[in-house]
Design a protein around this ligand. Sequence first.
Ligand code: SAH
Ligand code: SF4
Ligand code: F3S
Length: 454
Amino acid sequence: MESYGCQMNVHDAENVAGMLEGLGYEPATSVDDADLVVILTCCVRRTAEDRAWGRVGELARLKQRRPGVVLALGGCMTQQPGVVEEARQRAPHLDLIFGTHNLYRLPELLALVRPGSTVAEVWQEDGSLPPPMPVRRGAGVRAWITIMYGCDNYCSYCIVPYVRGRQRSRPADEVAREAEEAVRDGYREIFLLGQNVNAYGCDLPGAPDFADLLRRLDRIPGLDRLRYTTSHPRDFTDAMIEAVAECPTVCEHFHLPVQAGSDRILALMNRGYTRDQYLDLLRRIRARVPDCSVTTDIIVGFPGETDEEFADTLDLVWKAQFDAAFTFMFSPRRGTPAASLPGQLPVAEKKRRLQELNRLQNSISLEKNRQLLGAEVEVLVEGISERDPGQLTGRTRTGKVTVFPGPAGWAGKVVVVRVEKALTWTLHGRAVGGEVRVDAGAEAVPDPQGETPG
Ligand code: SAH
Ligand code: SF4
Ligand code: F3S
């Protein structure tokens, strides 16, 4: 299994793994000893698509060496018009091509695979929810749960609504059942997934909203942390801020993609808010949830973006004081309105703007992290740090990666860590308290295994 792009694909891969397990497959240790290779592609930017084609090209050599290996290509890229035909031409070594809407058909499709030909099935979206799929979740503390498929926003630059279809929310009962199951299986953090979670439920009978869903899931016994992505600033209501503030498990982290700081560009992007409305939302959030973190996504070099309009983005970034930002150069996507707008900028100029933006944001991120020096933060330990096997890594409730020494047995526990060093993207520190459970009144309690941190 290889998945590119966002958490949707990461979680789709868990569903694929679940289905394959049902067919008797086991995970391979490397692509070289796999009988089946499934790739879930992304096409949100040109670079993602190039990476997918590059990977498909590399797999031609694997197929030459081992003609028996089955190669399957799915995900968002194959869902675009014309890509199946293109793949048949460019990559005749593929055995199977499928889309996002028929993921659950993978077992049936694999049964149709025959040597020397390519099976292809890509559906248009028909407004229905996929049937429940088996899931093989990753090891670790986090369980991904889809609360809605698709997106109805049609931001003018974005391909997602075309490749993931219209917004379809899952009934709250189903979401709750899956979340309860994951917590029973030992997952301590539930991560809710949707392209615009704040619009959750408006397409369901009785229109339950996202605030209702958070309150309902918050009551699951044994759950430590509830997270969600992605929020749309236009749809983040005061009732939702209130729910985040009141629910003990809901983490104090807001990922609120702003995309641009100029009102003219925001309107061209079809985002549905102005910079002042966005900054006002941040003020309301920070007033109600002090010490929260805020992260964002920003696109530079949207068609026609002037120097002054880019300066508006820098100015907004300065005023907003984000903890971190994912920053991108505008990438024209076939079939989206922004791809055919006049005033497309040269790559060199987009790069220059990206670097300037990153310089500013990195200095803000570092300063924000430095403000935490000496503070005690709750870290849900994910395991041994890949970079430094002598240390553990985990995240604070605000989503900051924190590295500190401790025994591997602490994986899956919430530990209180004093921050001793702050870098741009990570905090470093030392454990000072035992395990914290939300349902134990958020107090430090002795470690059940007797290993008292610090
Ligand atoms: N639904 C989410 C995630 C969308 S994709 C949201 O609305 O935030 C993640 C990010 O990719 C977007 O927030 C945007 O910043 C970026 N992105 C999407 N399309 C893009 C494009 N054509 N060029 C550059 N960046 C893009
Ligand atoms: Fe794309 Fe906008 Fe939907 Fe996000 S909200 S997935 S950026 S169309
Ligand atoms: Fe990419 Fe599809 Fe996600 S286009 S960003 S994998 S929804």
